[in-house]
Design a protein around this ligand. Structure first.
Ligand code: ADP
Ligand code: MG
Length: 423
């Protein structure tokens, strides 16, 4: 679900071909470049590079050259590097701002609907808007890779597809979003561990993506599928047409729990080390010596199963729904910590504190290795929960420096990206 914090960009088209970026936060320095020369330096994930990802994504998708310039002022209040996807919010916002300045934001159906609503049903208009959001999400997913992280598209999709008041189940191939009605008797609380983790400046995140990629290839080969084009574990399941539970059994048969060396991966796939490094691994994971393939695949398939169970439970709404949903979140945290190994001592401590003070379930959210937890809390316990967690975790001086509204807050499902046009 989208949270209530957001990323805003005020944008003004200019006649020159200069892209001028400023930020209300003095930590992020001004930046200026030619709109037709947008190099993204993967080795230095400075803030303006995330903007350039969105800008470049639109430029390349439409094959545009000779772009007009823009003056942009960015203002965001999403805690950065904390698992709430401030990076994707910036990339998506930049993509949408660029599209709007280029005058490509209104669909033909929308224009026709304004002229003659009788001709075009509201349903058709909404359908076109939805397709439009999905296309934008796909463009921005691809273009965030320019910063060096190999994200899967969940964050960009919810940035565009979120609707106020409802969570969404996001699925891929093809991209789709289904409403999930969250229980009215509970609230979701975000708590920031105050450990920042920049995903583009380190290789932790990409190593996990590569381990999943290798696991997918080995599983595909084990089942006699054409493995060289396979990139995601989900593709193996789709090609085999089996359930997630069956995929877990296949994983246990096909992959061992001892870590794989690059040489063993090469032997299994019948490729050279050179091919592994240059054709499969990302630039910042080429020197990794250990791949835990079985653990990562088991985490991914079991997590996907938990997501479906969560949705089903929200639909069936049994009397003990809140503790049951909480239990799924607790299982999820344990799997992140033990199988995917993307937690850290502060996140584990925070999850324990949240459970101790009344959350039936709590887990890390986002990529991990720092950042935030999300907890389900019965609505009537919210005030005491916030006070107790504040007392137990945020008294340390370094943690109390993080702005209050970025530290601990309850959130409802917010809406997705919007354009405000000057009258
Ligand atoms: P997250 O989990 O928040 O997505 P990432 O490490 O992927 O963390 O991205 C964080 C980066 O996004 C920051 O280092 C910064 O460059 C950029 N960013 C986040 N918020 C802002 C903002 N308000 N203004 C400019 N850049 C921002
Ligand atoms: Mg990010």
């Amino acid at each position: 679900m989208a949270i209530e914090q957001d990323m805003l960009i005020a944008v003004e088209p200019v006649k020159t071909h200069t892209l001028q970026l400023a930020n209300t936060n003095p930590l992020y320095s001004d930046f200026s470049t030619s709109a037709n020369n947008t190099e993204i330096d993967k080795t230095k994930p400075l803030w303006h590079n995330y903007f350039l990802c969105g800008f470049k994504g639109i430029q390349e998708h439409f094959g545009l050259s000779n772009l007009p310039g823009m003056n942009c002022l960015v203002d965001g209040n999403i805690p950065p590097s904390s698992g709430l996807s401030s990076s994707s919010a910036l990339v998506c916002c930049a993509g949408l701002a660029t599209l709007t300045v280029l005058g490509m934001s209104l669909s033909k159906i929308y224009a026709l609907w304004l002229l003659c609503p009788a001709l075009v049903s509201r349903y058709l208009y909404h359908l076109e808007e939805l397709c439009y959001s999905m296309k934008l999400a796909e463009i921005c997913t691809k273009s965030e890779h320019y910063i060096g992280t190999e994200g899967g598209g969940m964050d960009q999709s919810i940035s565009f597809l979120a609707e106020e008041g409802t969570a969404k189940l996001i699925e891929f191939s093809p991209l789709r979003a289904t409403d999930v009605k969250l229980p009215s008797e509970a609230v979701f609380v975000i708590a920031n561990s105050c450990v920042e983790m920049n995903k583009a400046a380190t290789s932790h995140f990409n190593i996990r993506v590569m381990e999943c990629r290798l696991a997918a290839k080995l599983l595909a080969k084990y089942k006699g599928l054409q493995w060289d084009k396979v990139l995601r574990l989900e593709e193996v399941q789709a090609k085999l047409g089996v359930s997630l539970e069956e995929m877990l059994l296949i994983t246990e048969d096909a992959l061992h729990t001892e870590p794989y060396s690059p040489e063993e991966v090469c032997r299994c796939l019948g490729i050279s080390l050179q091919e592994l490094r240059t054709q499969i691994l990302s630039p910042n994971t080429q020197d990794v010596l250990i791949f835990k393939l079985c653990q990562r695949a088991k985490h991914v398939y079991s997590e996907a199963a938990r997501v479906l169970q969560f949705k089903k439970m929200c639909e069936e709404a049994p009397d003990d729904m809140v503790p049951l949903l909480g239990e799924l979140m607790n299982q999820s945290h344990a799997s992140c910590r033990d199988m995917y190994e993307c937690s850290c001592p502060e996140l584990d401590q925070l999850v324990d504190i949240c459970r101790k003070f009344g959350a039936p379930g709590s887990r890390l959210t986002g990529a991990g290795w720092g950042g935030c937890t999300v907890s389900i809390v019965p609505a009537d316990k919210l005030p005491s929960f916030l006070a107790n967690v504040h007392e137990a975790y945020y008294q340390q001086s370094a943690r109390s420096l993080v702005p209050e509204e970025q530290r601990l807050f309850a959130t409802k499902p917010g809406g997705g990206a919007l354009v405000f046009l000057e009258a």
